[in-house]
Design a binder for this molecule. Structure first.
Ligand SMILES: Cc1cc2nc3c(=O)[nH]c(=O)nc-3n(C[C@H](O)[C@H](O)[C@H](O)COP(=O)(O)OP(=O)(O)OC[C@H]3O[C@@H](n4cnc5c(N)ncnc54)[C@H](O)[C@@H]3O)c2cc1C
Length: 381
């Protein structure tokens, strides 16, 4: 995979302003973004050449500071634009950003240096936390070496992500983060990823059993991965990607109504207006959730609750826009040749995120139990 990476990375300052065109160009480089057993290798090569793989790093390490709280709005826009261009690219890029954010937050100076060098060399990162019911990942320490046993499942970029950040159980049951150097194509099984959408994400199972690592692979302290408020608040990033996917479905609807000259019909107008409201609801919620996450230390419980509410709002908006678009376009929108078809499948699949009921119930619990007016609940954020 790295053989593609011939040009030196560019600086990111101008690149970020050009994200939209970078994403548009990248999305055309891989015609198989909707195929099983595919992966957008060329698109990520394009991302690397245009600085998007290093953009999450601090400026002093060669990046554009995208993981700093001060750059939250820039990261939100980048994630939105990538998601709008392709949810497959958005999911994978969000995993890359998340892994670097975790390594930068919890890693020591050596880890930070290593991940920076690896990102500059073109390695794609990801976060693999989800585990099969049996055979979850654990690690044993033997002096200066670590040995892994078990697997991760629903791991995006399996066989392509060469620097996954994984969580592994230690003797006392807590979980430690590790960055595992992998060669392309090894230990990955993606044959069972026959999903309705998000096909080219290579979301598979990776078996780490018997793999030996240096202790330098460890990132932070046990259970840092789940440390609050960052763990729950980090959901805002996938919401930004989903928001892009919702906008893409909406655009397919809007273009259809214009090109078929059906937009004048009052029923079509009403549905388009409702869909536009949902798109904007999601966008506003995500913007506020990103701000709340950036300021989370000022009021951690409030920030978590707000991001959890945003999760429900974005999911609802996405589901509504899908329904409105399918009803407005009709049967044509179910044909593989129609732009709506793949966008709907990708969005419907990517809207599935962990424990949505728990997120909403926990936010409701916060709202229920906090004293004071509802409008004042988020005032510190
Ligand atoms: C395209 C894609 C790529 C992914 N890539 C990665 C990746 O790279 N790394 C990674 O770690 N993960 C990845 N995942 C997995 C993701 O993080 C979640 O684990 C997964 O999306 C959860 O979806 P689910 O619907 O199975 O969630 P669930 O949490 O199982 O939710 C399903 C339903 O069950 C309910 N529910 C949840 N828990 C309970 C319970 N205890 N009792 C009763 N009901 C419950 C929920 O509220 C919901 O209604 C990916 C997912 C997708 C869609």
């Amino acid at each position: 995979m790295l053989a593609y990476f011939e040009e030196a990375p560019t600086t990111t300052s101008s690149t970020l302003a050009d994200t939209e065109s970078v994403v548009a160009a990248a999305a055309t480089l891989d015609n198989d973004l909707d195929c099983h057993d595919a992966f957008p290798t060329h698109a990520f090569e394009h991302f690397r050449r245009n600085g998007l793989l290093t953009a999450p790093l601090p400026i002093e390490l060669g990046g554009a500071n995208l993981c700093e709280a001060s750059e939250t709005a820039a990261l939100r826009d980048v994630l939105y634009l990538v998601g709008r261009g392709s949810l497959v690219m958005g999911r994978l890029y969000e995993g890359h950003v998340n892994a670097l954010a975790l390594a930068l937050r919890y890693g020591n100076a050596e880890t930070r240096k290593q991940v920076s060098a690896d990102a500059k060399a073109g390695h794609l990162f990801g976060v693999w936390n989800t585990e099969p019911a049996q055979g979850s990942l654990s690690m044993t320490r033997h002096g200066g070496a670590l040995e892994l046993a078990g697997s991760k499942c629903f791991a995006s970029g399996a066989g392509h992500v060469t620097r996954p950040l994984v969580t592994a159980r230690i003797d006392d049951g807590r979980r430690l983060m590790l960055i595992v150097p992998l060669e392309p194509g090894v230990r990955a099984e993606t044959e069972t990823w026959r999903a309705q959408g998000m096909r080219a994400t290579a979301t598979g199972t990776v078996d780490f059993s018997g793999l030996q690592l240096d202790v330098g692979a460890m990132v932070g302290e046990p259970d840092d991965y789940m440390r609050q408020p960052f763990f729950s608040c980090g959901a805002w990033r996938f919401l930004a990607v989903q928001c892009g996917g919702i906008a893409a479905v909406f655009e397919a609807l809007r273009i259809h109504l214009v090109t078929t000259d059906r937009g004048g019909d009052p029923h079509q107008r009403a549905r388009l207006g409702e869909a536009a409201t949902r798109v904007e609801t999601a966008r506003l919620f995500v913007a506020r959730a990103a701000e709340a996450a950036a300021a989370a230390e000022a009021d951690p419980e409030a920030a978590i609750a707000y991001v959890n509410l945003a999760r429900g709002a974005v999911e609802r908006s996405g589901l509504d826009v899908i329904e409105l678009a399918q009803r407005s376009v009709g049967l044509s929108g179910f044909l593989e040749t129609h732009p709506l078809e793949r966008r709907v499948r990708d969005l419907a699949t990517y809207l599935r995120q962990p424990a949505p009921d728990h997120a909403l119930a926990s936010a409701a619990g916060y709202v229920l139990n906090e004293a004071g007016a509802f409008h004042a609940l988020w005032q510190k954020l």
